[in-house]
Design a binder for this molecule. Structure first.
Ligand code: CA
Length: 435
């Protein structure tokens, strides 16, 4: 069944008897994202519906869920559930949609609903590995231009989905504060580096891609089946210390500038939920090379991109003290990616590298071609040279202690109910004392 197949769970007139779901900006009944919530100190798999969470372990115990999904629904992470075959995941989604829409199920299901505010949301999967790509072509151009004005893109960019291995142990869900990192940095006119708190702390607006089922070592994933390995998506903020990055990145790429903390939205919006929001991959500019055969697939080109509007908002400590709402820094579509998510999965496994359930792939910063859609401060302030002004009059080149950064994402398509990704925000804490 094609991965863009729309069914009764996407019907725009479908409503839930959970009243807060109807008209909810993120979690209407058409979404049904999975997460892991700590309830009374116990981790449980849940489904977000309006401002409530449905406890799947409780539903499984009560005999409400399809038999083949019951053991996985009682786990404390989503690795097994999202590793189930696509057909089983569809059956579960269809059943959840029925349970939460048909009022006849309300008496037996209601006992398993909890207010979302009561539970602590955790990371949804045990993340074995995290890889960050660089497929936002406007970001690559903007950043490349700061270093190489005449030649912003390196020659490999239009052939290879560029990526690097990040660090899984420092990924955190929304709400966990980010401690400003210390590290080596060298001013352009200095003769030697110093070790100090980063002065150029930045965010990066990205999508996170969750791997549901992996591949065996030595057995690549064909581009035509790459979608089967993608369980779903989150928002991802790849916090970046630009001063550390500039000094350390050559010749082996990002290291301590990026591995101190990564924030994700903890609800996984499934590939099935996103079926109505599949769109064609934007055509490559005239003169660009076609993808090599192992990255070329007609269906991927016709349905492989996603119609998602992304936004970044900031609030400073003073803005919050003055009761001001968060200030929008940028917004733009997620389709500004040179490679599709299926292409990055196929490329990742193309050398036989084994992906595993729970692996997380970042797309790389997604920027629009114009300034109102730039996905990092490095781009918005032109490398810290043109500060932005907040509603309080405060200036920002990079993030200050107390700043809170929030990413938002909404999938939308004509004739369908938009669905969102939920919260992806964190506040900056001051650097630790240098030992
Ligand atoms: Ca990144």
């Amino acid at each position: 069944m094609p991965f863009w197949t729309v069914d009764e769970t996407h019907a725009p007139d479908l409503e839930s008897w959970v009243e807060t779901a109807n008209g909810h900006t993120d979690f209407p009944i058409q979404n049904l994202p999975y997460g892991v919530v700590s309830i009374d100190g116990t981790a449980r798999i849940g489904v977000a519906i309006g401002d409530m969470v449905l406890d799947l372990a409780g539903c499984a115990r009560s005999g409400l869920l399809p038999d083949r999904c019951v053991p996985a629904c009682q786990d404390t992470t989503l690795n097994r559930l999202l590793g189930l075959p696509a057909a089983d995941r569809r059956i579960l989604r269809s059943r959840l949609s029925e349970l939460l829409s048909d009022p006849r199920h309300r008496p037996e299901v209601e006992a398993h609903l909890r207010p979302a505010a009561e539970g602590m949301v955790q990371l949804p999967m045990t993340i074995g590995d995290y890889t960050d790509f660089y497929v936002g072509i406007h970001h690559a151009n903007n950043v490349g231009r700061q270093f190489r004005p005449d030649n912003p893109l390196l020659p490999n960019y239009k052939y290879v989905p560029i990526g690097y291995h990040g660090r899984a142990s420092t990924i955190r869900p929304t709400g966990i504060p980010v401690r400003r990192p210390c590290g080596q940095q060298k001013a352009p006119d200095a003769t030697a580096p110093v070790f100090a708190p980063s002065k150029r702390l930045d965010y990066e607006l990205e999508l996170g891609v969750w791997i549901g089922s992996g591949n065996r070592l030595g057995e690549p994933i064909a581009i035509g089946t790459a979608h089967e390995h993608i369980a779903g998506f989150s928002l991802l903020n790849d916090w970046s210390a630009r001063d550390l990055q500039a000094w350390e990145y050559q010749p082996l790429g990002p290291f301590l500038a990026k591995n101190f903390h990564t924030t994700v939205s903890p609800w996984i919006v499934t590939s099935e939920a996103l079926a109505p929001f599949r769109i064609p991959q934007p055509a490559r500019p005239d003169g660009d090379p076609a993808p090599l055969d192992y990255l070329a697939d007609e269906q991927d080109q016709t349905h492989g991109a996603l119609s998602i509007r992304l936004e970044v908002l900031i609030s400073s400590r003073r803005m919050r003290e003055m009761g001001m709402p968060a200030h929008k820094l940028s917004s733009g579509p997620a389709s500004n990616m040179y490679w599709t998510v299926q292409q990055i999965v196929a490329h990742h496994a193309s050398n036989g590298c084994a992906l595993q359930s729970g692996d997380l792939l970042g797309t790389g910063t997604i920027s629009a071609p114009t300034r109102d859609g730039f996905g990092s401060l490095l781009e918005l302030t032109v490398g810290g040279k043109e500060p932005i002004t907040l509603p309080t009059g405060e200036k920002r080149c990079f993030l200050e202690d107390g700043d809170e950064l929030e990413l938002r994402g909404t999938a939308y398509a004509p004739g369908y109910v938009p669905i969102g990704f939920g919260e992806c925000s964190a506040r900056i804490l001051s650097a630790p004392a240098i030992p």
